[in-house]
Design a protein around this ligand. Structure first.
Ligand SMILES: NC(=O)c1ccc[n+]([C@@H]2O[C@H](COP(=O)([O-])OP(=O)(O)OC[C@H]3O[C@@H](n4cnc5c(N)ncnc54)[C@H](OP(=O)(O)O)[C@@H]3O)[C@@H](O)[C@H]2O)c1
Length: 250
């Protein structure tokens, strides 16, 4: 049997990320779990090894910090192996306005700017025919003024609106990448998990307990929420957004 090249998954400690990691582990992929917390990653590493991954390594990655993104890419480069692909699963939805030292809003920074940078740094490490999957969201259709502007100012910040904007611009960029020569060499696609019962949908508002009671039982489990990423991972070509059953052009 030929051995598979390693796959990189960001946010593998999250609800959907853990499921994606386990499912790739069952398929026999060696894994790099690119996460903020090694302590949190330990149980996922253990479960992935039990599930059948031949090797699982922790890759320190804080997508809010450019130096960390560059260091993580450098670690992968120095590891010397090509990759079978990258799943950009990590994401945040900031409740409040917050910026980095350069004044870039945090949700945009993590979900778009540094996810894009990490992907760009890794592209040349991915073997021909490999996969790049980025996680988008239904909120990319959320109406927003001045949507193409990549710099969100405090006046235009809102929890859901800025999150939707970050996913919209990420999806647009993935569409450009899919149409570039890399889209011929690799399989470049998005995954839309739908609405999934994870920490991400907690809005930190008064109605959270009500939503937990009435809404959460009706939405997808993290296991089902990982289906689109696995579909996108196995996609034959570039340029689509994979939902659980449907597929749209990017
Ligand atoms: N849940 C939904 O309904 C839904 C719908 C559409 C799209 N999505 C997308 O699906 C993806 C997974 O979300 P989820 O629902 O599974 O949420 P989750 O459980 O909160 O997972 C988010 C993951 O992102 C990681 N992360 C956050 N900030 C990071 C940073 N600065 N650097 C590196 N990693 C960071 C988290 O790390 P820690 O473990 O260290 O916090 C965690 O592993 C996200 O991209 C999200 O936008 C979710």
């Amino acid at each position: 049997m030929t051995s598979l090249l390693p796959a990189v998954i960001t946010g593998a400690t999250g609800a959907i990320g853990t499921q994606i990691s386990l499912r790739l582990a069952r398929r026999g992929y060696p894994l790099w779990l690119a996460c903020r917390s090694e302590q949190k990653a330990q149980s996922v590493i253990h479960s992935c090894l039990e599930a059948g991954a031949p090797e699982v390594r922790f890759l320190p990655l804080d997508l809010a910090d450019e130096a960390s993104v560059r260091a993580a890419a450098e670690t992968l480069r120095n590891a010397g192996s090509q990759l079978s692909g990258l799943i950009n699963n990590a994401g945040i939805m900031q409740r409040y306005w917050q910026t980095d030292a350069k004044g870039r809003e945090l949700t945009m920074l993590v979900n778009y700017w540094h996810t894009r940078l990490f992907t760009e740094l890794l592209l040349s490490l991915i073997a021909d025919g490999g996969a790049v999957v980025s996680t988008t969201s239904l909120t990319r259709f959320w109406p927003c003024k001045d949507c193409e502007n990549l710099y969100v100012d405090e006046r235009h910040f809102s929890q859901l609106g800025t999150y939707g904007r970050s996913k919209k611009v990420l999806t647009c960029w993935m569409s450009q990448l899919a149409a570039s020569p890399e889209g011929q060499r690799l399989r470049i696609n998005c995954a839309d998990p739908g609405i999934v019962s994870t920490g991400m949908i907690t809005m930190h508002r008064w109605y959270d307990p009500l939503a937990d009671l009435l809404f959460r039982p009706l939405i997808r489990s993290p296991r089902l929420g990982s289906d689109p990423a696995l579909r996108a991972w196995s996609a034959p070509t570039s340029g689509s957004t994979y939902c659980r059953h449907l597929t749209h052009t990017l």
